[in-house]
Design a protein around this ligand. Structure first.
Ligand SMILES: O=P(O)(O)OC[C@H]1O[C@H](OP(=O)(O)OP(=O)(O)O)[C@H](O)[C@@H]1O
Ligand SMILES: O=C(O)c1cc(=O)[nH]c(=O)[nH]1
Ligand SMILES: [Mg+2]
Length: 195
């Protein structure tokens, strides 16, 4: 799937937003990829994750993954669909008092080869947090995936990161907002630190 085809899925589902957004990392941006808008359509979710699963298989080989673990909320649907496309179980970590944790009876056997599947990577902070939980539960993290890598290849999550496309989007520290963002109230679409 070409980057233009990926973006078409986002455009056709009104998932490519413009405005003033407070991101999970605390950085600000005038662009937001609302993946839930794309993934609400099962056919689109399947097409995107099939293409991403094919990349994983091309890089790691067949039968190189035993499980997928994704960080909630954004990772839940994409993690499920990646697991389905790779033919392995899919689980998720969720935040309790701000920290990702395994709940609901999810567990890993020691040495299980795990892919961490995100919807979006911006700084890679959430990916790294999820990867730490997988490791703490005995998983061997053989790679990470996201639909779109907003770091455009610069985020280091400690394992190979496979994405459908990179994107070069500017982000701003809260004390360095450009005028066009200062003029708009910030919206925080994600669930980290949600009150
Ligand atoms: O690479 P990062 O800088 O960590 O940013 C990307 C993360 O931000 C979003 O999650 P968020 O914490 O906003 O919550 P959500 O999953 O509920 O949308 C997204 O789903 C990624 O998990
Ligand atoms: O960095 C984020 O929080 C983020 C950016 C984005 O475009 N989409 C998203 O879901 N999260
Ligand atoms: Mg998230």
């Amino acid at each position: 799937m070409t980057p233009e085809e990926v973006l078409t899925h986002f455009r056709e589902t009104d998932a490519l937003l413009e405005g003033h957004f407070l991101l999970s990392s605390g950085l600000h941006s005038d662009r937001y990829l609302q993946c839930a808008r794309v993934l609400m359509y099962p056919d689109r979710a399947a097409a995107l994750c099939r293409a991403l699963a094919d990349k994983v298989i091309a890089e790691l080989g067949n039968n190189a993954v035993d499980a997928v673990v994704a960080p909630a909320m954004g990772g839940v649907i994409v993690g499920y669909e990646m697991a389905r496309q790779l033919g392995v179980p899919g689980m998720f970590t969720e935040r309790v008092d701000g920290e990702f944790t395994f709940r609901r009876g999810f567990h890993l056997e020691k040495g299980m080869r795990v892919i961490m599947s995100e919807d979006i990577v911006t700084t890679g902070k959430s990916s790294r947090e999820c990867i730490e939980v997988i490791k703490a539960h005995g998983g061997d993290v053989v790679g990470a995936t996201c639909l779109i890598d907003r770091s455009n290849g610069t985020a280091d999550v400690g394992v190979p990161l496979f994405s459908l496309m990179g994107m070069d989007v500017k982000t701003y520290a809260p004390d360095a907002l450009p005028e066009h963002l200062q003029a708009l109230p910030a919206i925080k679409p994600g669930s980290r630190d949600l009150k």
